[in-house]
Design a protein around this ligand. Sequence first.
Ligand code: 13P
Ligand code: SF4
Length: 324
Amino acid sequence: MLSISTAPALKEQVNELRSRADAVILAHNYQPLWVKELADFRGDSLQLSRKATTHPASTIVFCGVEFMAESAKLLSPEKRVLLPAAGAGCSLADSITTEQLAKWKTEYSDAIVVAYVNTSAAVKALSDVCCTSANAVEIVREIPRDRTVLFLPDLFLGSYVAERTRHPKLKVWMGECHVHAGIAPEELAAKVSADPDAELFIHPECGCTSEALYRASEIPGAPVKLLSTTQMIEEARRTSKKHVLVATEIGIINDLQAANPGTVFEPVNPSARCPYMNLVTPESLIDSLANGAGEVRLDLATMERAAQPLRAMLDPALRPWRSA
Ligand code: 13P
Ligand code: SF4
């Protein structure tokens, strides 16, 4: 595997091009290790959205997938945003189209549309507020209980939010991420019966989310934690357990292991690798830094409309139910 310690020439080249391009490199926690080692910042979707609004660099190189780079552009329209991974889509974002959302909205005239950030800019443009795995519960909890909430597109995250908030008018779109949906309840149950003492770190997009919630409610004191990717790294530092079962994309395992070398972090499904998150190559990163390859371009009308739900996510004062 490519690593900076074995590729000092790449590190040097990236450093030089990064300062020449006045760029900051952001990497999602699922990115390959060599990318995370070269990045200025790594994080979960929420942290990277925040970083995109506050960092002074004029170019953002987003090592992640398309919806993340689009979000950075929406939040910083004056900046150049580059995605050094051609074709890095997302099966979850693809699970709802603008036509489907427009039709769903006609069925509920009073609805607040809560869009997970894993959506296209065009879908965000039809939404009221965005959320990530780190803040979905907090945002839905705030919505008045007499308002219909259309939560999209992830059914597993949606059922977790429904369970935690008990919002009586929450409707959930039946979309899924093929990587997380493939981490099945049976696999989790089998791993837990092999070591009932292991702690569980579960990303709420997983197919085993309901099984994990069931365990948490039925077995008093069961060590089950539903976490965003960065929350997993924070919990990894804190845990005193010898063995943790991890349900999410496996790119994060190296971060968990580095955060706590004394604990064994075992993937619930060792084949849970996101193909889109692994499209970046040293050549494509260099091409972005040197030649501006992979620039995100969105039309003005979409940009203006789609930025609003993202801003409402980051600034509670902008949430539409607060001004109604
Ligand atoms: P986090 O927001 O927990 O980083 O997860 C996002 C995700 O699934 C990206 O594909
Ligand atoms: Fe999309 Fe799933 Fe890949 Fe995340 S892991 S980018 S949700 S396909």
